[in-house]
Design a protein around this ligand. Structure first.
Ligand code: SAH
Length: 688
């Protein structure tokens, strides 16, 4: 059997449906899953174990049998904890079939098969009764169904249903309670992920300012959660405007309501400033008294002893619909609204009379300006990066002449506007994302450029000389950036598009960037290694079946794949110098043959080689380059600074080499890298 998977083709820039082995999807799911990260989360695991032990004891003290319902059992971990804590029986429900199968194996291997029944169903399908999946209702409800936003994985409807149909009234719940916290802040850095700031361009005839359409100013943006490793955000990038406030709590031992609702809190700013962002996180109390607490609070809130690195639970950044000046000591009203699966925030000046709760509209934010559909948050950040824009301005100034006919190939780019201001006679823009044409018109109109920049509504390979009014293109520019790109080299689509329009270029055309290069560096991650590293045992339970399953899924394809990660969120140190491994000359067309290279990378620092990081650098013009990866290695320890707006490619080594001293290190790691010009993909292999 075959299944179809949607994927962007880097040679055409369009989404295609690719036939894959029917197992591909689930292997992807397991290989990229957070199970390993959860099993490495010691803080979470020990607290669940304590909470489960305490709940089982409370039930036993009442002289009752302890019947556990574990919804979303995954590896079966929490059920095994319950069984070894003395529970009489556990129903372990898991909807994802490969995981349910793994749970059966793991439970058996650990000797709990007579105490734990794995049910491969969604909890809402589970039946109770003599012929049902469960003999009777449970009196202990255990789950771990939370994401960074707490409710994004459907915890609320699942609990609502479980209390109605699967557990007894007055049951124990682990966790017992979750609480969501919020803090109001001003942060130019984070605000730049949501709004386009005016872009200043120094042109020959004075400074020009690129502005955004007025609809953008008040647009609430998209509802999808912005979850980040907030602990990587330096305090210098955040101005705290309020104390931490409790927005709401959910008691999981009582019936839960999932229907949309709002929670309001009055708060008094501790500082005057521009309220732009609500930072939010949650904690869970494993027991009713709240003595066993697991918190996601960021570094400035919690003590360092509570620190546990994890990637499956981070912190949330909510953007207020527009920035609101607040004054120290002058009360404001913060409202958190939620539907079944997501949250959003509003801020209002506190008025004397309390607004009727029923009047508060619980409507999730929708982007009305379209910019938030065209640009995702890192892309906003990139476009707002004035020093990056300066590089492009400098490069364009070098290559543009008054008679230049300029064609831009990049998604949602400011380059056409820059090119116009910097004197190109005519600027044409390929529009690759047709659905967002409307926004581009509005954007050019806001800048009075609607007659100055021509949008070509055709794909590069379908461009004809009539689109160009019989002119030839003398300057071809790209950032390059395409929204469908996942890995750094997918932006090489620029090269394919450049190849497709070759017949429309003048013989001495200038291509900007003139070339790109692929760079590699060997790193030791501070924490990210955990997400792909085997666990062995977890709280004394043998979970190697899970390790094998992940390994098997990672190796499902013959060559392992690199995966995208925004490394500014994941500190690492370099163990080698960065090394340029391939170059792509955009002045020439894409060659027919593959581009391959082999070589070795010297290890310079002691440490554990967890993997290789790969990124692209674009050489815009002579002496002007931009890096989408490494910005600099900041000290002799090898700490790295990464481009904060891009994801880099990470290739995790299947076995790591650890060394205390340089002398017992292999001096080098060898690599073989192949860019397949037919598919636009890069395959790689590293040998330690
Ligand atoms: N309990 C495990 C795994 C938690 S991950 C642990 O703590 O380590 C959450 C799991 O719940 C996933 O495997 C997911 O497939 C499953 N899941 C989520 N909602 C579910 C539901 N309503 N019914 C059954 N399984 C569910």
């Amino acid at each position: 059997m075959k299944t179809f998977c949607g994927r962007a083709n880097p040679t055409t820039g369009v989404m295609e449906w690719i036939e894959e082995d029917e197992n591909y999807d689930y292997h992807q799911e397991i290989a990229r899953s957070r199970y390993a990260d959860m099993l490495h989360d010691k803080d979470r695991n020990t607290k669940y174990y304590q909470g489960i032990r305490a709940a089982v004891s409370r039930v036993k003290e009442r002289g009752e049998k302890a019947i556990v319902l574990d919804i979303g059992t995954g590896t079966g971990l929490l059920s095994m904890m319950a069984a070894s804590a003395g529970a009489d029986f556990c129903y372990a429900v898991e909807v994802f079939k490969p995981m349910a199968n793994a749970a059966v194996k793991i439970v058996k291997k650990n000797g709990f098969h007579d105490k734990i029944k794995v049910i491969n169903k969604h909890s809402t399908e589970v039946t109770v009764g003599p012929d049902g999946d469960m003999q009777c209702r449970a009196n202990i409800l255990v789950t771990e169904l939370f994401d960074t936003e707490l409710i994004g994985e459907g915890a609320l409807p699942t609990y609502e249903h479980a209390h109605k149909y699967l557990v007894q009234e007055g049951c124990e719940a682990v966790p017992h309670r979750a609480t969501v916290y919020a803090q109001l802040v001003e942060s130019k850095r984070m605000w730049s992920w949501n709004k386009l700031f005016p872009v200043r361009v120094k042109a020959e005839d004075g400074e020009k300012i690129i502005v955004s359409p007025s609809e953008m100013e008040k647009c609430p943006g998209v509802p999808s959660v912005c979850d980040i490793q907030l602990n990587q955000m330096p305090s210098s990038d955040i101005t705290i405007l309020s104390d931490v406030v409790t927005m709401f709590s959910v008691d999981f031992s009582k019936p839960v309501r999932s229907a949309p609702t709002c929670y309001r809190v009055q708060l008094e700013p501790v500082k005057s400033g521009k309220a732009q962002i609500v930072l939010s996180w949650w904690d869970i109390d494993m027991d009713p008294s709240g003595t066993i607490n697991c918190t996601m609070a960021p570094y400035w809130v919690k003590s360092t002893s509570a620190f546990q690195w994890r990637d499956h639970w981070m912190q949330c950044v909510y953007f207020l619909p527009n920035e609101e000046p607040v004054l120290q000591g002058e009360q404001v009203c913060l409202t958190a609204c939620r539907d079944e699966y997501s949250l959003w925030y509003k801020l209002r000046k506190a008025s004397g009379e309390e607004e009727n709760k029923a009047n508060v509209r619980v409507e999730s934010p929708v982007c009305r300006c379209q910019a938030h559909l065209l640009w995702n948050r890192p892309r906003f950040g990139q476009l707002n990066d004035q020093s990056r824009t300066c590089q492009y301005v400098r490069a364009l100034t070098k290559v543009l002449k008054t008679d230049s006919v300029c064609l831009c190939i990049s998604d949602g780019s400011l380059l056409p506007v820059l090119a116009h201001y910097l004197g190109a006679k005519q600027v044409l823009l390929f529009f690759l994302l047709f659905m967002l044409l409307f926004f581009s018109f509005k954007f050019f109109k806001a800048n009075h450029l609607e007659d100055k920049i021509k949008i070509i509504e055709a794909r590069p390979e379908l461009m004809t000389s009539s689109h160009l009014e019989d002119k030839k293109i003398s300057v071809l520019v790209g950032e390059p950036f395409f929204t469908t790109s996942l890995l750094p080299w997918h932006n090489l689509y620029f090269w394919y598009a450049r190849t497709a329009v070759t017949s429309h270029l003048t013989s001495n055309v200038t291509v900007l960037p003139q070339s790109a290069s692929l760079h590699v560096m060997i790193v030791e991650f501070q924490d990210l290694w955990r997400i792909r590293s085997p666990c062995g045992t977890c709280e004394g339970f043998d979970v190697r079946t899970m390790d094998d399953m992940i390994k098997n899924s990672l190796n499902f394809r013959e060559s392992k794949e690199a995966e995208p990660h925004p490394l500014w969120e994941y500190p690492c140190k370099s163990l080698s110098d960065p090394q340029e491994v391939l170059t792509f000359d955009f002045r020439e067309t894409v060659p027919q043959h593959c581009l391959s290279t082999e070589g070795s990378i010297n290890l310079l620092r002691k440490g554990t080689s967890h993997g290789a990081v790969l990124w692209m650098e674009y050489h815009l013009a002579a002496d002007i380059s931009v890096s989408t990866g490494l910005i600099q290695i900041s000290n002799e320890k090898g700490n790295c600074e990464w481009n904060p707006h891009c994801k880099q490619a990470v290739y995790f080594f299947s076995s790591v080499i650890e060394s205390e001293s340089l002398s017992d290190l292999p001096s080098a790691i060898t690599y073989a890298i192949n860019f397949d010009t037919k598919t636009g993909e890069i395959a790689m292999d590293f040998k330690l």
